[in-house]
Structure formats: C-alpha cells, structure tokens
Design a protein around this ligand. Structure first.
Ligand code: C5P
Ligand code: MG
Length: 156
C-alpha cells in the first residue's frame, strides 16, 4: 500500500543564562536571560528541523551538520531549517506543525502571533497550520528552555 503520511517528532533544550539572547522560532524576544549555545540556541527551529528529519528518517541535525566541521560551526538555525525543508520535497510537503515550549520566563503569550507568523513564513505554511503551546515548568527548571515538536508530512 502506498504510504501517504509521515509523522515526525523532535525536541531540543538549552540552559539559560543572564546576558544571552533568547531566540524562538526565528524571533528575538526581550528577555533578561537567553540560551547558552554555539549559535542562536533557537530550540523551536532546532526541534522543528529534527522533527522533519525524523519524519524523513534522515537522522538528525547533529549528524547532518556536525559542529566539529568548520563549515557547520555556529550555523544559523534558519539555514538549518531551510536546508532540511529542501529535503522534504519534491513529492512531499509539510502539512502541519505542533510545538510545545516549556519556559518559566518571559511569558510568551504576548509574542504568540509574532512567533506563529514567523514560523509559518519560514516553513511555507499558513499560520493556522502552526500550533504553539506554552507551558511553565512550575519553577522546576527556571534556567531552562525546552521545545517539543510534532510535524505531519504528506506525499503530494
Ligand atoms: O505551565 P502553565 O500551565 O502554568 O501555563 C499557564 C499559561 O501560561 C499557559 O496557558 C501559557 O499560555 C502561558 N505561558 C506563557 N508563557 C510561558 C509559559 C506559559 O504565556 N513562558
Ligand atoms: Mg499548569
């Protein structure tokens, strides 16, 4: 039987430190603390890229872009996502993204539309195909940002 649907799951987390930048879905957020990372530490773009690679059974971003190799060191998350999206087609397309972000501070509610629109644009999806859920850790991980993403791909 012809396979028409692929599901992918990805996750990422980073430690937060005062004085670092906080990027989420390609959007820089006002925040006292940000991700400790080689590049921008955008957990949403990293988890999304891994979810897409998982759906395609193509490994993960660490295997594809090893930061031990100079050309992949400090690679921008948007470039990773763009490269991974190129592997989706032809013959398949991304249908939907569902993401959960766990972060205590700052509150993300006010940035929902901005992050949703930017992620939709980067992923070439309409915004109503990009679901964003924000959760606190209830104080269990105040120095931590974590993201889990599920994607749905279809043969086109
Ligand atoms: O984690 P908790 O269930 O307590 O989150 C309550 C609400 O706070 C959620 O509905 C979510 O939209 C919002 N939230 C937020 N920014 C965060 C974490 C949670 O806007 N960083
Ligand atoms: Mg709760």
């Amino acid at each position: 039987m012809k396979q028409t649907l692929r599901i992918g799951y990805g996750e990422d987390s980073h430690r937060l430190e005062v004085g670092r930048e906080l990027w989420l879905g390609g959007v820089r957020l006002e925040s006292e603390r940000g991700a400790v990372a080689h590049s921008d530490g955008d957990v949403l773009l990293h988890a999304l890229s891994d979810a897409l690679l998982s759906a395609l059974a193509l490994g993960d971003i660490g295997a594809l872009f090893p930061d031990t190799q100079p050309q992949w060191k400090d690679l921008a998350s948007e470039v990773i996502l763009e490269t991974v999206l190129q592997k989706v087609g032809p013959g398949r397309h991304l249908e939907q993204i569902s993401a959960v972000i766990v972060l205590d501070q700052p509150k993300l509610g006010p940035f929902r539309a901005t992050i949703q629109q930017n992620l939709a644009q980067l992923s070439k999806l309409p915004p109503d195909r990009v679901g964003l859920t924000f959760k606190t850790s209830e104080g269990l991980a105040p120095n931590h940002v974590q993201c889990r993403v599920v994607v749905w791909l279809e043969e086109s």
